[in-house]
Write a protein that binds this ligand. Structure first.
Ligand SMILES: *Cc1c(COP(=O)(O)O)cnc(C)c1O
Length: 395
């Protein structure tokens, strides 16, 4: 039985009638930019976003860009970004003309190492952008303490963590802004590109709202230089259909993760990452060198499992496992094979404040396996058996 990394059709075809009706409603409305359909979705999604003001945006990337623009970050400014994340987090900083300064991450939860971030601050640092990677919150208490101490703005990149919680509060409500993505493979996926920006402060939210439409109010009177950052009402209508299912999707992901962990940790040489080794506050720790390390959900957060990401220590072993899974028809992906500090577009030497030992190590050791909500018991067994076979072969 083949097990894809992801099966988007399964989830969307289950809502075929409702999605078709949503399309028909937008088609017949004759209203294809902004308007009631988008506002209805913005209202409906607000409780999940963690902050009182929510704006539908053209993508998660554009939401990051818009947040930086609204905060007035630009040339001469530096922004702290984790090195181990999706490209957009760092790319947007460069796009506004500022300099991304890459900080290392924690080997246990994969999130920003706050002590390392503090070491990389300079008088030019204006903001810090924690990412809630793979669906688990970054250490927001220490990030907010650091931001307050040094007067930094905070933008939470919540692209993979819509609705995740940190100490009983939704992520997104800590920073000045938070951004989300509805890219089809995210936990709440549109049928195309879409994103969300949320803010705690009304004035900042209004500034972002203005920048979303080329800074114009009313139309053709431009107060600020913005851009076109609007979410299509069509995507909003689709998302409004899927939103009521979101809790179910999340529960299914959590159940999949719990099942994987229970079955994989029983195998020889497999351990669960130890939360006591978390390096978010303390800097690099010595994470386990077991043959396979499973991801852990910290007790003080609600992990929503955008990815279930294993570590496979030992030279070449991660790639060997990936080949083995592929040969058995099992999908997997490397999120992410190259840390941002090593990307060719961020010319080394521009801001050289390495090293980034954990990011480098994770890039070589991580592999994400299928975790999508519709995964069946049989498919999970197939994945577990394939991993067991790999380990039993002595690799
Ligand atoms: C997906 C993602 C983004 C970008 O979102 P898009 O909607 O694809 O533009 C940004 N940051 C992270 C961490 C992501 O996973």
């Amino acid at each position: 039985m083949a097990v894809p990394l992801l099966d988007l059709k399964l989830q969307n075809l289950a809502l075929h009638g409702e999605l078709t009706a949503a399309f028909d409603r937008v088609l017949r409305s004759g209203h294809y930019i902004l308007g009631a359909e988008l506002e209805a979705f913005e209202r409906a999604v607000t409780p999940l976003g963690g902050a009182p003001f929510a704006l539908g945006i053209s993508s998660g990337t554009d939401a990051l860009l818009l947040a930086l623009m609204a905060l007035g970050i630009g040339p001469g400014d530096e922004v702290i970004v984790p090195s181990f994340t999706f490209f957009a987090t760092g790319g947007c900083v460069s796009r506004v003309g500022a300099t991304p300064v890459f900080a290392d991450v924690c080997p246990i939860c994969f999130n920003l190492d706050v002590q390392d971030a503090e070491r990389r601050l300079s008088p030019k640092t204006k903001a810090i952008m924690p990412v809630h990677l793979f669906g688990q919150a970054a250490d927001m208490d220490s990030i907010m303490a650091l931001a307050r101490k040094h007067g930094l703005a905070v933008i939470e990149d919540g692209a993979q963590a819509l609705g995740a919680e940190y100490r009983g509060r939704r992520v997104g409500g800590f920073g000045d802004f938070a951004t989300y993505s509805f890219f089809p493979s995210k936990n709440l996926g549109a049928l195309g590109d879409a994103g969300l920006l949320v803010a705690r402060d009304e004035a900042l939210a209004e500034k972002a709202r203005l920048l979303r439409v080329h800074g114009a109010k009313p139309k053709y009177y431009h107060h600020l230089i913005g851009a076109n950052f609007r979410m299509d009402p069509l995507q909003a209508a689709f998302l409004s259909v899927k939103l009521p299912q979101y809790e179910t999707y999340t529960r299914q992901r959590q159940a999949n993760a719990a099942d994987y962990t229970a079955r994989l940790k029983a195998l020889d040489g497999v351990v669960v990452a130890d939360p006591n080794q978390c390096g978010c506050r303390t800097g690099p720790t010595s994470p386990s060198d077991a043959r396979l390390v499973l991801p852990v959900a910290y007790p003080h957060v609600t992990h929503i499992w955008n990815q279930y990401t294993l570590r496979v220590p030992g030279k070449g072993r991660r790639d060997a496992l990936r080949e083995h899974l592929t040969s058995r028809g099992i999908g997997s992906e490397i999120y992410y094979p190259v840390p941002l500090h090593a990307q060719p577009c961020f010319a080394p030497g521009r801001v050289d404040r390495g090293p980034w030992p954990v990011s480098d190590r994770l890039a070589a050791e991580v592999i994400s396996i299928p975790i999508f909500p519709e995964l069946t018991e049989g498919q999970r067994s197939e994945v577990v058996e394939a991993i067991a076979q790999f380990l039993a072969s002595g690799r």
